[in-house]
Design a protein around this ligand. Structure first.
Ligand SMILES: [Zn+2]
Ligand SMILES: [Zn+2]
Length: 133
């Protein structure tokens, strides 16, 4: 079981089950949405995610027609993204309460990364989405 939430504490959630992989997405939308070089996303089965506080604070933005990016309307923290109808959502790793054991598995949309974004770890780099997705 894991817990997490936004910066101001208005939004809290619980994950019932194990989560493991972190994908680092360097696409232009993730950059803007996070205000950083990439979004760190953890694939999480939809049914394992439970909002425990802040349903009224949680807001969604559609940067693309088929996908919502959920964030706290009070403090702006990204919480997760969700493709319509998908069984897996993409939790933002930084919203999880520590300690949590996660494994970064690779970089995606590296072709779109910022010019100042210097990837120096040895993880696999993919030009677009991760293999098999
Ligand atoms: Zn908040
Ligand atoms: Zn992205």
């Amino acid at each position: 079981m894991h817990t997490g939430g936004c910066l101001c504490g208005a939004v809290r959630y619980r994950i019932s089950g194990e989560i493991r992989d972190v994908w680092l997405c360097h696409c232009g939308q993730c950059r803007k949405a996070q205000g950083g070089a990439f979004a760190a996303s953890v694939p999480t089965p939809r049914e394992q995610f439970e909002l425990t506080l802040g349903a009224e604070a949680l807001r969604a933005y559609r940067a693309s027609p088929h996908k919502r990016r959920w964030f706290c309307g009070e403090c702006g923290s990204p919480i997760y993204s969700e493709v319509d109808g998908a069984s897996v959502l993409r939790l933002r790793a930084g919203s999880l309460d520590e300690p949590v054991t996660l494994t970064p598995v690779g970089h995606i949309f590296v072709a779109d990364k910022a010019a100042w974004d210097c990837i120096q770890d040895g993880l696999p780099q993919h030009a677009g989405r991760e293999p098999g997705r």
